[in-house]
Design a protein. Sequence first.
Lengths: 420, 374
Amino acid sequence: MVDALVVGAGPGGLAAAVALAECGLSVVVVDENPAPGGQIWRSSDGSVHHDARAWSGRARAAGVEFRQGCAVFDAPAVGDVRVVEGGSASRVRSRNVVLATGARELHLPFPGWTLPGVVGLGGLQALTKQGFPVRDRRVIVAGTGPLLLAVAAHVSAQGGRVVGVFEQASWHRVASFGLALAACPDKAFQGSALRLECADAPYRAGRWVVEAEGRERVERAIVTDGRRTESFPCDVLAVGYGLVPNGELARLLGCGLAADGSVPTDARCETVVPGVFAVGECAGVGGVDVALAEGTVAGLAIAGSPKLASAQRSRRKERGFARRLEVAFALRPELKKLPEAETIVCRCEDVRWRDLHVRSDWREAKLATRCGMGPCQGRVCGAALRFLAGYGPEDARPPLVPVPARCLAAFDTERAEGQE
Amino acid sequence: MVRTVRSCDVVVVGGGIVGAMVAWFAAREGLRVVLVEPNAPGAGATATGMGHLVVMDDSDAQFALTQLSLDLWSELLPELDAGCEWTSSGTLWVARDDEEMGLVPAKATFYRERGVKADVLSAREVADAEPNLAPMAGGLRVPGDRVVYPTNVAARLIGLAQSRYGLQRLDGRVVALDGTATLEDGSRIEAGWIVNAAGANANDLSPGLPIKPRKGHLVITDRYPEFLRHQVVELGYLKSAHAMEQESVAFNAQPRATGQILLGSSRQFAGDRAIDRAMLARMVRRALEYLPGFARLSCLRTWVGLRAATPDKLPMIGPAAPGSRVLLATGHEGLGITTSTATGRLIADLIVGRASPIDPAPYLPHRFAEVAHG
Ligand SMILES: Cc1cc2nc3c(=O)[nH]c(=O)nc-3n(C[C@H](O)[C@H](O)[C@H](O)COP(=O)(O)OP(=O)(O)OC[C@H]3O[C@@H](n4cnc5c(N)ncnc54)[C@H](O)[C@@H]3O)c2cc1C
Ligand SMILES: Cc1cc2nc3c(=O)[nH]c(=O)nc-3n(C[C@H](O)[C@H](O)[C@H](O)COP(=O)(O)OP(=O)(O)OC[C@H]3O[C@@H](n4cnc5c(N)ncnc54)[C@H](O)[C@@H]3O)c2cc1C
């Protein structure tokens, strides 16, 4: 029995692990990726990102046990979290669980989005880190949020030609976010630095991609401002509409989710389930600084450390920033009209919008069309349909990730142990 | 306040597979039928079932009902579309040991004497038919059994009955049956006949029915075409289905039209839909004894369904009480997808006053009243 199990080795999970272990508590971190770092500190070409190395090094020095390539697939109770590692199941028993499961990108379906060459923003970032060539390719970056600029900067740094950056939020909103940035000097620096790096790329707000055209692969993006459409030739089109918290494990443990899909927490980052804490993106999309601040708060809160109060102050500041981000980059209603009748919405099961828009809820859509029944279990299309059609989230149940059948048969003595 | 009153010949309460079939068979007779269902068609127990259409030999009454049902399914197949995912893979009943194999010849004779094709398979033939099975003592193949995707069958038949035979579909919940059917908005439907096909909820409208929910787990895998060719069921299945003890599992694996494997089955008397992990584990372990290779197949999802069980394992089809105009069509336990067709037919026959192809007596609901009073 360890003091805490941390699920996710992104910034949130790493900060929690460090805080816990440096207070002398025993900690296990499980993460499904091969190396620590989460989304933002994703390792490229096998080497570990320097921030991830620094944080995980500090955690290891304090005695944290890392289990990478290890995913939680079931959690009947706080003290009984079941993980799959190399195809076999085992159980982690802990007094507390810190959920640092991060977020995934929201992909909205539009005509042509399944063409080769059309990718997600995070997808493009990850692909270039794995060696996907962008040098001298014409790249369009579209969707919403600060990630647009980060990805554009990353692409130009790799030698790609960013021919357009299209932000769906209006100039008005983006400008007010710029003002908010000015209120946080360190972030303003970050933002302008990003902008400088891709200064030659046209950044246009109030515009969004309505179609990707091309025969074998994407050749053009059709972009609109709601009145006029324009066509931009490109080789790669990266589109992402912000992030959706990964709340499945939280739901399975009995934490309800807020309307935006985040896990509600209190000032200690504790959820409504005693002993279950949530930090970083899964507790509300907010970026790496929120994740670091919250990881620290949760760790110190569990450890009962006197340093908690000051950590809580910096968390409040970071969350305030995150809220401004959310308002600035709220999705415009016109995006609900993106899919056309023949547009594929569920890529696992090839389900088209014409078969979906007539359904009244997620369950009916699933039962009638197999939408969300494939290997990704609605991780992608479920979030899109929540925005497009207002479907509620599904209940979470084991297995949270696909597992070999033997994992479902692994724990035979459960009843007996449950009665201890 | 003006309350809407409609009138028709038949009101069907519930749009699961049973209600859908009752509406289909009745509407085809030229009767004016209204079907009331608050949700999408087939979203109740029907959405959780395996969709195995199987002739069962556990009693003469069960056999007659399932055999008629399969004949009626064959006639229906041309009406079904691709979404109904029907396949004709047949059932392979497998014997683990010589003792179980000893039961096979009698079982084969029972089927054949009643006109159902059944082949006795040696150990070798079972291995050839299903290479992924552990060594078996032999088996019995019933090639006429089929598989469907039940939810879309219910939706399809309700849709066809609307367009072809003028079936009316009302979105709503019936709250009372007292000569008329009253909906939750206060509107009423007057009808010559009211059919309670509310599945496990039939009790809400016809109190005192001896139905108990019997929970079952299922697991679906990713796509593994060719892993299995038949629906494979252990010969001990009936023992499990009939065990009135609290909990049992039996090996029952089905290849879907999508190439996925659907695994059952478990039985326990419980009315909740939470995954019982110990039960699920027991069920999967049972499957691994028969299909060792199943251990590595990637499982995408698990779920629970509730069967509406009666004390004698037969459904209740017919008047709620002798002479009543409220007809019951419920209590189908683990066979309601299969027996929905015969249920629809028996109800339609009763309404139009025609003799049925099989004797309806064993399914009449008042058999339980007689037991109680006798
Ligand atoms: C696609 C994408 C691209 C992004 N790019 C940028 C960027 O360029 N700049 C920026 O500032 N921010 C970016 N972000 C946001 C950034 O990732 C977050 O702000 C930051 O990483 C938050 O850290 P976190 O710890 O909350 O989550 P994450 O970093 O997402 O870490 C969560 C970890 O938990 C693991 N996990 C989840 N569920 C389980 C489970 N059941 N079992 C085991 N492990 C599990 C995940 O695999 C992951 O490693 C991006 C986010 C996404 C989704
Ligand atoms: C795990 C499992 C596996 C199974 N496998 C098979 C199999 O392989 N083969 C097979 O033949 N059978 C199988 N079955 C059995 C089969 O699924 C059921 O017998 C069958 O679906 C019952 O159908 P139904 O229409 O009676 O019930 P339901 O599908 O539950 O339909 C009842 C409908 O009535 C509606 N309703 C309820 N109350 C009201 C009201 N007051 N007003 C209006 N409408 C109302 C509900 O919304 C519901 O849609 C299985 C069952 C389970 C649980």
